[in-house]
Design a protein around this ligand. Structure first.
Ligand SMILES: [Mn+2]
Length: 366
């Protein structure tokens, strides 16, 4: 049978809102035609609590897909224990099957495959997560076994306590599928399809977007590109340049790229140095929708600051993850009035919600 593997659609992503829908829909529609079953690897939505507009549009879309969908939730959808996340909501709406430390057997024409899934767990708990998975799920030897994850992998992402590909391989599944990483990666028995929408504007994201089609008989995969808004990334290098020179060259390049690619997302990175005495803020550009002018001139002079900012921007969620991890650590072993994660989530929605949560917990039980 044919298994489609889609990941990280980030539906509702504010910067490229419409792309996030049309490109997700293109992937699922194509998979619906070509595959017998669709596996989804998390971050279907961009937020934990998508708007009714977004939920309504996705529920009706997924109900129009004929092939069964099995999905896990990603870090963008993760909520505290017991709270319903939007992937769980889609299951309640009858649109998909949500797997989380659970498994299913899918059968077609007498052929069976075994699918297990673990929704995203914070990096510092990922190894414990895999242990729990091992303890909870027995892999049947009779069928092809597939595991769906949504985790950072140390081979591709920099960070502490990350899972390695070895950790995943040791679990004993025939095929491990992972979301979370937005660029496509593959190794024997291991596939990362990447995101269907551009989110980070990195060089890797200039590669085609799409999904994997896996043939269970041949045990081979094929990458299927989907129609996607083009993303161009160009660099311009300067040396001791005057602001007028930078503005002229960048303006020309930007205008030419836009003329040749009216619909594309364009990012131009300006590198090198400015003339002595000229500040980076002296170089000003007129903004244009869909064109990102990234001014990295004189970057060596304040590289540390920039690096910190960029890391924060690229890993928007890492602040939340760090906060959660710290709160968990502080509360470890202490009996408490509240669930640290629940409080954190309430606080993340604002101080008022945090206070309301605490007040709720302090009321005597009825
Ligand atoms: Mn993601």
């Amino acid at each position: 049978m044919k298994v489609a593997v889609i990941a990280d659609t980030h539906v509702g992503y504010p910067r490229f809102y419409e792309d996030s829908f049309t490109q997700a829909e293109a992937a699922f529609r194509d998979a619906d035609e070509k595959a017998d079953i669709i596996l989804f690897l998390g971050d279907l939505y961009d937020t934990r609590v998508p708007s009714l507009q977004i939920l309504g549009r996705t529920i009706s879309f997924f109900r129009s897909i004929k092939k069964p969908i099995y999905a896990i939730h990603g870090n963008h959808e993760r909520r505290s224990k017991g709270a319903l996340n939007p992937v769980g909501l889609l299951e309640k709406a009858g649109a998909i099957n949500h797997l989380n430390f659970s498994s299913a057997i899918f059968e077609k024409d007498g052929e069976k495959i075994f699918i297990a899934g673990m929704g995203n767990v914070p990096d510092d708990l990922a190894k414990a997560g895999l242990e729990k998975l091992k303890g909870t799920i027995q892999i049947p030897q009779a069928h092809l076994s597939i595991l769906m994850l949504h985790q950072s992998v140390s081979e591709f992402v920099f960070g502490e306590n990350l899972l390695s590909m070895d950790d995943m391989e040791r679990l004993g599944y025939d095929l491990v599928l992972n979301g979370h990483i937005h660029a496509r990666k593959e190794a024997p028995g291991f596939l990362i399809p990447g995101s269907t929408v551009i989110t980070q504007l990195t060089k890797e994201e200039t590669q085609p977007r799409g999904y994997y089609l896996y043939d269970t008989n041949e045990r081979k995969h094929e990458f299927i590109p989907i129609p996607c808004r083009k993303f161009l990334l160009e660099e311009l290098e300067f040396r001791d340049a005057k602001p007028s020179e930078v503005q002229e060259k960048a303006g020309e390049l930007s205008a030419r790229l836009r003329r040749e690619n009216p619909e594309a997302i364009i990012r131009i990175i300006l590198k090198g140095t400015l003339e002595k005495g000229i500040r980076v803020s002296d170089v000003v550009f007129a903004g244009e929708v869909g064109t990102f002018m990234d001014n990295k001139l004189n970057e060596h002079m304040f590289r540390a600051d920039l690096k910190a900012i960029r890391e924060m921007r690229e890993k928007k969620l890492s602040m939340r993850e760090m906060g959660e991890a710290r709160m968990r650590k502080k509360m470890e072993g202490k009996a408490s009035l509240f669930e640290p994660l629940e409080l954190f989530e309430a606080l993340a929605n604002g101080a008022e919600e945090g206070m309301a949560y605490l007040q709720g917990r302090m009321k005597p039980a009825q």
